[in-house]
Ligand binder design. Structure first.
Ligand SMILES: [Zn+2]
Length: 285
């Protein structure tokens, strides 16, 4: 089955709608989205893999976007290559995206994580949209929802299953997972004990840590004794280690150490029910 480019051309400039114009053509069986085949179907004539200096990927494309070529950093793992290809296709199919240099779109590793843009920052806006597109393309909403429906609670295990199912990095899967969390949650991505960045749901309480800082001393993520790749249980954590104010809630912490000093920590909160205070019965005289 080949992807029909006409359907994409009718989808406008919204990244989610653009991705859906492709994924709805993939059939009904959840799978690792064949991102290279999709690229070929929509006239991307080459995907070159080579060491790219500081870039994750680029898209070389003429003004009219009648065809294109993608280069990805060949040193990345397959999951990250797939995401980068998805990101570049996002620039390719979006009619509002224009390359800022004659050599085309050049996307850094940082661009692959851009999730917000200041007003007027056109470059950042395009990167945000290419990332939204890549997430929607590689982890289609309908398939993710179907996968999550029978799951109870929030668990890093679900993130790992999503990553395996869609052949994406655990990090990309974690970001997508939070979109559908349905309850307050945050994922802290760290490296060698330092916080790289945090992704959280809008209703998650304010954190007391920020990017670039060491993780809280004595937090369970640092003190547990699981080996690499072993997901811990969810433990009740000390709220103030992570949160600005932790009154009236209990904080769940679950973590896993990954290769090369990387770590993922899932934080969840439960708001404690205020117990009805006993009131002395009143007697009427
Ligand atoms: Zn980009």
């Amino acid at each position: 089955m080949a992807i029909d480019r006409m359907e994409i051309d009718d989808a406008g400039a919204n990244p989610k709608r653009l991705a859906e114009a492709i994924t709805k053509q993939l059939g009904d069986t959840p799978c690792a989205v064949p991102v290279r085949q999709i690229a070929a179907d929509i006239d991307i004539y080459e995907i070159r893999e080579e060491p790219l200096n500081g870039l994750a990927g680029c898209l070389i494309v003429p003004e009219d976007k009648s065809e294109g070529a993608i280069a990805v950093d060949g040193r990345m793992g397959e999951e990250r290559k797939r995401y980068t290809i998805g990101h570049e296709i996002g620039h390719y199919v979006n009619p509002m995206h224009r390359a800022s240099s004659p050599e085309g779109f050049k996307c850094s590793r940082k661009d692959m994580l851009t999730d917000n843009a200041k007003p007027g920052d056109r470059h950042a806006k395009m990167e945000v949209e290419a990332n939204q597109f890549a997430a929607e393309l590689l982890m289609p909403e309908a398939w993710v929802r179907r996968f999550l429906r029978p799951k109870v609670g929030l668990d890093i295990e679900h993130i790992f299953e999503l990553a395996a199912m869609f052949e994406v990095s655990k990090e990309a899967a974690a970001r997508r997972y939070l979109t559908f969390a349905g309850e307050p949650a945050a994922v802290v991505f760290s490296h060698d004990g330092k916080i790289r960045y945090v992704k959280k749901t809008d209703d998650f309480p304010r954190l007391s840590v920020w990017n670039g800082q060491p993780m809280p001393a004595d937090c369970y993520s640092l003190t547990n004794n699981k080996g690499q790749g072993e997901i811990t249980d969810v433990v009740e954590s000390v709220g103030h280690q992570w949160l600005d104010t932790s009154r009236g809630l209990s904080l769940g912490e679950q973590t896993v150490s990954q290769a090369k000093g990387f770590r993922m920590t899932l934080l969840t909160v439960e708001f404690e029910q205020e117990e009805d205070e006993w009131e002395a019965p009143r007697f009427q005289r």
